[in-house]
Design a protein around this ligand. Structure first.
Ligand code: GLN
Length: 260
Protein backbone atom coordinates (compact mmCIF):
# COMPACT_ATOMS: atom_id res chain seq x y z
CA UNK A 1 0.00 0.00 0.00
CA UNK A 2 1.35 3.40 -0.90
CA UNK A 3 1.77 6.31 1.49
CA UNK A 4 3.30 9.76 1.52
CA UNK A 5 7.06 10.12 1.38
CA UNK A 6 8.71 10.85 4.72
CA UNK A 7 10.91 13.91 5.15
CA UNK A 8 14.52 12.95 4.43
CA UNK A 9 17.45 13.00 6.83
CA UNK A 10 19.98 14.96 4.85
CA UNK A 11 23.68 14.29 4.68
CA UNK A 12 26.31 14.14 1.99
CA UNK A 13 27.12 11.05 -0.01
CA UNK A 14 30.25 8.93 0.19
CA UNK A 15 31.86 9.15 -3.21
CA UNK A 16 34.80 7.74 -5.10
CA UNK A 17 37.67 10.15 -5.72
CA UNK A 18 37.16 12.74 -8.44
CA UNK A 19 37.65 11.31 -11.91
CA UNK A 20 37.75 7.70 -10.71
CA UNK A 21 35.27 4.85 -10.47
CA UNK A 22 34.96 2.33 -7.65
CA UNK A 23 37.66 -0.40 -7.52
CA UNK A 24 37.37 -1.95 -11.00
CA UNK A 25 35.66 0.39 -13.46
CA UNK A 26 32.07 -0.79 -13.86
CA UNK A 27 30.35 -1.13 -17.19
CA UNK A 28 27.16 0.88 -17.26
CA UNK A 29 24.60 0.26 -19.98
CA UNK A 30 22.63 3.29 -21.11
CA UNK A 31 19.30 2.72 -22.83
CA UNK A 32 19.82 4.52 -26.13
CA UNK A 33 16.49 4.18 -27.92
CA UNK A 34 15.41 7.80 -27.55
CA UNK A 35 16.07 10.87 -25.41
CA UNK A 36 19.06 12.27 -23.52
CA UNK A 37 21.32 9.21 -23.38
CA UNK A 38 24.56 10.75 -24.70
CA UNK A 39 24.71 13.22 -21.82
CA UNK A 40 24.56 10.32 -19.34
CA UNK A 41 27.34 8.52 -21.18
CA UNK A 42 29.58 11.60 -20.94
CA UNK A 43 28.96 11.93 -17.21
CA UNK A 44 29.65 8.26 -16.56
CA UNK A 45 32.79 8.26 -18.70
CA UNK A 46 34.08 11.29 -16.79
CA UNK A 47 33.71 9.28 -13.59
CA UNK A 48 35.75 6.43 -15.05
CA UNK A 49 32.97 4.06 -16.11
CA UNK A 50 32.89 2.07 -19.29
CA UNK A 51 29.58 2.67 -21.03
CA UNK A 52 27.70 0.68 -23.62
CA UNK A 53 24.55 1.66 -25.48
CA UNK A 54 21.50 -0.57 -25.53
CA UNK A 55 19.90 -0.03 -28.93
CA UNK A 56 18.70 -3.50 -29.87
CA UNK A 57 18.11 -6.91 -28.35
CA UNK A 58 21.59 -8.18 -29.33
CA UNK A 59 23.16 -5.47 -27.13
CA UNK A 60 21.74 -7.22 -24.07
CA UNK A 61 24.23 -10.04 -24.58
CA UNK A 62 27.12 -7.81 -23.53
CA UNK A 63 28.09 -7.77 -19.89
CA UNK A 64 26.98 -4.73 -17.86
CA UNK A 65 26.96 -4.00 -14.14
CA UNK A 66 24.30 -1.31 -14.08
CA UNK A 67 21.69 0.37 -16.22
CA UNK A 68 20.73 4.01 -16.82
CA UNK A 69 17.30 4.88 -18.21
CA UNK A 70 17.47 8.41 -19.64
CA UNK A 71 14.93 11.21 -19.92
CA UNK A 72 12.95 11.62 -23.09
CA UNK A 73 9.45 10.39 -23.79
CA UNK A 74 8.38 7.48 -21.63
CA UNK A 75 5.54 6.40 -23.92
CA UNK A 76 7.92 6.14 -26.88
CA UNK A 77 10.61 4.36 -24.88
CA UNK A 78 8.17 1.79 -23.47
CA UNK A 79 6.79 1.12 -26.94
CA UNK A 80 10.25 0.72 -28.49
CA UNK A 81 11.42 -1.56 -25.67
CA UNK A 82 8.55 -3.90 -26.51
CA UNK A 83 8.86 -3.63 -30.28
CA UNK A 84 12.57 -4.44 -30.05
CA UNK A 85 11.90 -7.32 -27.67
CA UNK A 86 14.11 -5.86 -24.95
CA UNK A 87 11.43 -5.22 -22.35
CA UNK A 88 11.08 -8.59 -20.59
CA UNK A 89 14.82 -9.15 -20.29
CA UNK A 90 15.47 -5.75 -18.74
CA UNK A 91 12.44 -5.97 -16.46
CA UNK A 92 13.63 -9.34 -15.14
CA UNK A 93 17.16 -8.06 -14.54
CA UNK A 94 15.91 -5.01 -12.64
CA UNK A 95 13.59 -7.19 -10.56
CA UNK A 96 16.55 -9.49 -9.80
CA UNK A 97 18.69 -6.61 -8.50
CA UNK A 98 20.49 -4.97 -11.42
CA UNK A 99 21.38 -1.46 -10.19
CA UNK A 100 19.35 1.01 -12.24
CA UNK A 101 19.13 4.81 -12.37
CA UNK A 102 16.07 6.25 -14.07
CA UNK A 103 15.89 9.96 -14.79
CA UNK A 104 12.65 11.74 -15.64
CA UNK A 105 11.11 9.54 -18.37
CA UNK A 106 13.38 6.77 -17.04
CA UNK A 107 11.79 7.12 -13.61
CA UNK A 108 8.35 6.97 -15.21
CA UNK A 109 9.36 3.70 -16.89
CA UNK A 110 10.28 2.25 -13.49
CA UNK A 111 7.25 3.49 -11.53
CA UNK A 112 4.66 0.98 -10.40
CA UNK A 113 1.77 3.44 -10.87
CA UNK A 114 1.74 6.14 -13.55
CA UNK A 115 -0.85 8.83 -14.15
CA UNK A 116 -0.87 11.59 -16.73
CA UNK A 117 -1.72 15.16 -15.77
CA UNK A 118 -4.41 16.52 -18.03
CA UNK A 119 -3.11 18.97 -20.58
CA UNK A 120 -2.43 22.44 -19.20
CA UNK A 121 -3.27 21.56 -15.59
CA UNK A 122 -0.96 21.48 -12.62
CA UNK A 123 -1.17 19.47 -9.47
CA UNK A 124 -1.92 21.08 -6.14
CA UNK A 125 1.25 22.16 -4.29
CA UNK A 126 1.00 19.21 -1.91
CA UNK A 127 0.07 16.37 -4.17
CA UNK A 128 -1.27 13.18 -2.73
CA UNK A 129 -1.95 9.88 -4.39
CA UNK A 130 -3.98 10.85 -7.43
CA UNK A 131 -5.36 7.42 -8.21
CA UNK A 132 -8.90 8.59 -7.71
CA UNK A 133 -8.38 12.17 -8.95
CA UNK A 134 -10.56 12.92 -11.99
CA UNK A 135 -7.90 15.41 -13.21
CA UNK A 136 -5.62 12.47 -13.89
CA UNK A 137 -6.19 9.58 -16.18
CA UNK A 138 -4.77 6.14 -16.74
CA UNK A 139 -1.73 6.45 -18.96
CA UNK A 140 -0.63 4.51 -21.99
CA UNK A 141 2.87 4.21 -20.46
CA UNK A 142 3.33 0.50 -19.98
CA UNK A 143 6.59 0.46 -18.06
CA UNK A 144 8.54 -1.95 -15.86
CA UNK A 145 6.48 -1.21 -12.71
CA UNK A 146 9.32 -2.35 -10.46
CA UNK A 147 9.56 0.82 -8.31
CA UNK A 148 6.76 1.08 -5.71
CA UNK A 149 5.91 4.74 -6.26
CA UNK A 150 3.15 6.66 -7.98
CA UNK A 151 4.16 9.33 -10.50
CA UNK A 152 2.18 11.86 -12.46
CA UNK A 153 3.65 12.58 -15.88
CA UNK A 154 4.01 16.26 -16.78
CA UNK A 155 3.04 16.96 -13.19
CA UNK A 156 3.84 20.67 -13.38
CA UNK A 157 1.71 21.24 -16.47
CA UNK A 158 2.79 22.80 -19.74
CA UNK A 159 3.22 26.33 -18.34
CA UNK A 160 5.86 25.24 -15.82
CA UNK A 161 7.35 22.67 -18.12
CA UNK A 162 10.98 23.57 -17.42
CA UNK A 163 12.59 25.15 -14.38
CA UNK A 164 15.72 25.02 -12.24
CA UNK A 165 15.97 24.68 -8.45
CA UNK A 166 18.39 23.59 -5.74
CA UNK A 167 17.93 21.05 -2.96
CA UNK A 168 19.96 18.96 -0.56
CA UNK A 169 21.08 15.43 -1.32
CA UNK A 170 20.19 13.02 1.47
CA UNK A 171 22.15 10.21 3.07
CA UNK A 172 21.73 6.99 1.19
CA UNK A 173 22.67 3.38 0.59
CA UNK A 174 22.41 2.22 4.23
CA UNK A 175 23.71 0.04 5.76
CA UNK A 176 27.21 1.31 5.09
CA UNK A 177 29.68 -1.20 6.48
CA UNK A 178 33.00 0.61 6.13
CA UNK A 179 34.02 3.21 8.69
CA UNK A 180 34.90 5.67 5.92
CA UNK A 181 31.41 5.34 4.52
CA UNK A 182 29.86 5.58 7.99
CA UNK A 183 31.81 8.79 8.64
CA UNK A 184 30.34 10.32 5.56
CA UNK A 185 26.86 10.04 7.05
CA UNK A 186 27.76 12.89 9.36
CA UNK A 187 29.13 15.07 6.53
CA UNK A 188 27.27 18.33 5.95
CA UNK A 189 24.41 18.16 3.46
CA UNK A 190 25.23 19.34 -0.02
CA UNK A 191 22.97 21.40 -2.24
CA UNK A 192 22.72 20.14 -5.79
CA UNK A 193 21.19 21.80 -8.85
CA UNK A 194 17.96 20.32 -10.20
CA UNK A 195 16.91 20.83 -13.82
CA UNK A 196 13.30 19.92 -14.54
CA UNK A 197 11.96 19.43 -18.07
CA UNK A 198 8.29 18.44 -18.36
CA UNK A 199 9.02 16.55 -15.19
CA UNK A 200 6.91 13.94 -13.45
CA UNK A 201 5.88 14.38 -9.83
CA UNK A 202 6.16 11.60 -7.29
CA UNK A 203 2.85 11.61 -5.48
CA UNK A 204 3.16 8.51 -3.30
CA UNK A 205 5.87 6.12 -2.19
CA UNK A 206 5.75 2.78 -0.40
CA UNK A 207 7.32 2.76 3.09
CA UNK A 208 10.53 1.06 1.89
CA UNK A 209 11.28 3.88 -0.54
CA UNK A 210 13.97 6.33 0.61
CA UNK A 211 13.75 9.97 -0.35
CA UNK A 212 17.23 11.18 -1.38
CA UNK A 213 16.34 14.68 -2.55
CA UNK A 214 13.25 16.63 -1.53
CA UNK A 215 12.09 20.05 -2.60
CA UNK A 216 9.35 21.71 -0.55
CA UNK A 217 8.80 18.35 1.18
CA UNK A 218 8.14 16.64 -2.14
CA UNK A 219 10.41 13.74 -3.20
CA UNK A 220 12.53 14.52 -6.25
CA UNK A 221 15.04 11.65 -6.05
CA UNK A 222 14.17 8.30 -4.53
CA UNK A 223 15.65 4.89 -3.97
CA UNK A 224 14.12 1.44 -3.59
CA UNK A 225 16.71 -1.32 -3.09
CA UNK A 226 18.71 -1.45 -6.34
CA UNK A 227 16.61 1.21 -8.06
CA UNK A 228 17.34 4.94 -8.05
CA UNK A 229 15.22 7.57 -9.73
CA UNK A 230 15.12 11.34 -10.21
CA UNK A 231 12.34 13.55 -11.53
CA UNK A 232 15.09 15.95 -12.68
CA UNK A 233 18.02 15.72 -15.12
CA UNK A 234 21.39 15.20 -13.36
CA UNK A 235 23.06 14.77 -16.76
CA UNK A 236 22.40 18.42 -17.65
CA UNK A 237 24.37 20.12 -14.85
CA UNK A 238 28.03 20.20 -13.77
CA UNK A 239 27.19 18.38 -10.56
CA UNK A 240 28.08 14.67 -10.33
CA UNK A 241 26.53 13.83 -6.96
CA UNK A 242 23.71 11.64 -8.22
CA UNK A 243 26.12 9.55 -10.30
CA UNK A 244 28.59 9.25 -7.45
CA UNK A 245 25.81 8.07 -5.17
CA UNK A 246 24.70 5.52 -7.74
CA UNK A 247 28.27 4.32 -8.38
CA UNK A 248 28.84 4.07 -4.65
CA UNK A 249 25.85 1.73 -4.41
CA UNK A 250 27.24 -0.25 -7.32
CA UNK A 251 30.60 -0.54 -5.61
CA UNK A 252 29.01 -1.69 -2.34
CA UNK A 253 26.88 -4.24 -4.18
CA UNK A 254 29.86 -5.62 -6.12
CA UNK A 255 31.95 -5.85 -2.94
CA UNK A 256 29.22 -7.73 -1.11
CA UNK A 257 28.12 -9.92 -4.00
CA UNK A 258 31.19 -10.79 -6.08
CA UNK A 259 30.44 -12.29 -9.46
CA UNK A 260 31.45 -15.91 -10.11
N1 GLN B 1 7.17 14.21 -19.87
C1 GLN B 1 8.03 13.15 -20.33
C2 GLN B 1 7.30 11.80 -20.27
O1 GLN B 1 6.21 11.75 -19.88
C3 GLN B 1 9.31 13.09 -19.51
C4 GLN B 1 10.16 14.33 -19.77
C5 GLN B 1 11.62 14.13 -19.60
O2 GLN B 1 12.13 13.02 -19.55
N2 GLN B 1 12.30 15.23 -19.54
O3 GLN B 1 7.85 10.81 -20.59
Amino acid sequence: MLGHAAAPALADAPTPAAGSAPAAAPTVAVLALQGAFIEHEKKLAKLGCRTIELRQRADLQQHFDALVLPGGESTVQAKLLRELDMFDDLQARIAQGLPVLGTCAGLILLAEHVHSASDGRTLATSPSDTSADPNHSATPVNGFRTFPITVVRNGYGRQLGSFVAKAKLAAHTPPLPSSAAADSLTAPAKEIPLVFIRAPRITATSPEVQTLVALDSEPMAVRFKNQFGCTFHPELTDDDSIYRMFLNHLHMTCVREPKN
